[in-house]
Design a protein around this ligand. Sequence first.
Ligand code: GGG
Length: 359
Amino acid sequence: MKRIAVIPGDGVGPEVVRESEKVLRMVGTMDPAVELAFDHYEWGTDNYLRSGEMMPEDALDILQHYDALLFGAVGSPAVKDHVTLRDLLLKIRFGFDLYVNLRPVKLLDGVETPLRNAEQADVDMVFVREGTEGEYAGVGDRIYRGTSREVALQTAVFSRRGTERVIRWAFELGRRESRSVTSVSKANALNYSAVLWDEIFDEMALEYPDVPAQRLLVDAAAMFMVMEPERFGVVVASNLFADILTDLGAAIMGGMGLAPSAGLNPERVYPSMFEPIHGSAPEIAGRGEANPIGSIWSAAQMLDHLGFSAWSAEILRSINEVLRAGVVRTPDLGGTSSTVEMGDAIAAALTQPKVATPA
Ligand code: GGG
């Protein structure tokens, strides 16, 4: 039995996570080997407004005992974003050392990319976003607050260990999947941190002579993602750069609602966390129209992580089948279907995968 902690969070989070759970429960009924037990934690902005805490002080002690975490979204117009993000999501990512944030950017069947000349096969890359340091380290200060002399300092943290381990992970992925690895940084401007990043990337590339490697400045990477997406296989970048580029990636895929992510602790000392890359989308929350595919795809990533790879692939196949058929489409894809209808359709399209689940 695998124990899953579900944290639906804010806005559309609960709506999309409900559909992921539905699909996972369907897998469980189709294959008794996929035995999942869910516990729910109603943490987030409502909790903050009630108690002053996004989640309780011992939240990580509670979550530590789970096999995986399924997360929805965080953020609300009622509270400043830096409070909600840092006191919930970042506490989990940093506390559980989720240093690999895996974000596929792939054009699904039947979805149009805004890139006029791109074929489906051209948009197939996977970002390895560093998840525990970089620009998100939260180091800095504000001095002379509220005066005309006010100064804000925000220090990025790039350790050799933190940089090496995420770049190594990217090269291992490139080797396993016979794909190139692109490093994204900005060493012409960031003359300390990005220079260290680039040096480590170059050192590592020597250890993986079989993996084609290239380095790009982040501005050039953004341009090439639009002009030549086929150039990219595995892409490794810092916390902030990869966050920004994967929103661009989601746009290239056809919309924010489609994009998944897996925050991995590769050593499995801590549970890994799976969440769509989109936020809480307060403007459509409660309307039942959010696209749950990013969340459902993240749940598929979770099954892969838990050792149920055939079912992971089957969920993705089912997503593609539903999108290809084009009957069920949420408003972001030009349709009128609801979040629930999309979840129902994906759950209903599941079939037994060809490879049996190992007992
Ligand atoms: N589902 C993830 C979520 O709620 N993301 C909101 C967000 O702003 N995330 C920032 C980040 O991933 O760095």
